[in-house]
Write a protein that binds this ligand. Structure first.
Ligand SMILES: Nc1nc(=O)c2c([nH]1)NC[C@@H]1CN(c3ccc(C(=O)N[C@@H](CCC(=O)O)C(=O)O)cc3)CN21
Ligand SMILES: O=c1ccn([C@H]2C[C@H](O)[C@@H](COP(=O)(O)O)O2)c(=O)[nH]1
Length: 283
């Protein structure tokens, strides 16, 4: 929690105003942040200085792991976070590749579960990683990437947290996740939860202990219409102790994740938080 608040304060104190063409808004921006979550100690990085919608965040990462490319599928899992990008962005609505209502196009899991090969066909990157890790293999390239510049014109958004690199040291699994662009008041609440959950659940289904997750952010920003709420409300609050996350121990394979897992398989204990803050969202 301290590392999150420190980053927010750093943006307020040292950020530089940058015009963003896609949203038509200015963003107070810093470059480079490194956050660490110790999953081995159960340090679940849930924001306490406002109500954080952790179920929505877990539903998002679950949808990516399932290869979803449709906001309706995300809603069925328990999150509306893709509705706006799929259905309210004029550039995407006019894109000839959009396959109709709720389509997100070729991004995130649609790439990671079926990465197009230059010589034809696809690779299921996640399946291959899970198979390797289950056998105790780390080939120093166990990388789940959602980043395919050749597909950007066929997607509603480029992936923000675009790479998840798993590593084994003995029986302990580590994760390095990289994010190119970060909406710190809104997106990062979710992204911290997602990095933690991704390491915890992949360790669980591959039979390893979870170690640390390292989260690298390149462009970290606060949109101009979020700044006042962050500086004058959220940053004035004292954080509470971190809660803990429980994951159903019956989840044992990638197939379980693909077939029956729901938000009921996750629970958070001891979550004490301050009043909700409704930050403006930029499409
Ligand atoms: N500008 C922007 N910021 C983002 O964080 C973001 C995007 N766009 N587009 C793609 C996804 C969608 N994500 C989202 C979308 C909406 C919320 C949001 O509205 N959160 C509210 C309410 C959440 C709820 O009720 O479930 C929040 O207070 O956290 C968060 C992340 C993260 N990503
Ligand atoms: O998981 C996510 C997804 C998106 N974001 C934010 C970061 C930016 O504010 C926008 C994406 O805009 P680009 O112009 O494509 O950079 O969404 C996030 O923080 N986390």
């Amino acid at each position: 929690m301290k590392q999150y608040l420190d980053l927010c304060q750093r943006i307020v104190d040292e950020g530089v105003w940058v015009e963003n063409e896609r949203t038509g808004k200015r963003c107070l921006t810093v470059i480079n942040a490194d956050l660490t979550y110790d999953v081995s100690k159960g340090e679940f990085p849930l924001v306490t200085t406002r109500k954080s919608y952790w179920k929505s965040a877990i539903a998002e990462i679950l949808g990516y792991l399932r290869g979803y490319d449709n906001a309706a599928d995300f809603r069925a899992l328990g999150t509306k976070t893709w509705d706006a990008n799929a259905n309210n962005n004029p550039a995407w609505l006019n894109n000839v590749h959009r396959k109709g209502e709720d389509d997100m196009g070729l991004c995130y899991g649609a790439i990671g579960r079926a990465f197009p090969k230059p010589d034809g066909g696809h690779i299921d990157l996640l399946k291959q990683i899970i198979e390797d890790l289950t056998k105790g293999v780390d080939n120093r390239g166990e990388i789940l990437t959602f980043y395919h510049p050749g597909a950007f014109h066929m997607a509603c958004l480029r992936p923000c947290m675009y790479s998840h690199h798993f590593s084994l040291l003995g029986d302990t699994l580590y994760l390095n996740s990289t994010q190119r662009s970060c909406d710190v008041p809104l997106g990062l609440n979710f992204n911290m939860v997602q990095v933690y959950v991704l390491l915890a659940i992949v360790a669980q289904i591959t039979g390893h202990k979870a170690g640390q997750a390292f989260h690298k952010i390149v462009n970290a920003h606060i949109y101009e219409d979020q700044l006042e709420l962050m500086r004058d409300v959220q940053l004035q609050r004292e954080p509470y102790a971190l809660p803990t996350l429980k994951i159903n121990p019956d989840i044992k394979s990638l197939e379980d994740i693909e077939t029956w897992v729901t938000m009921d398989d996750f629970s958070v204990e001891g979550y004490q938080f301050h009043e909700p803050i409704a930050y403006p969202f930029s499409v």
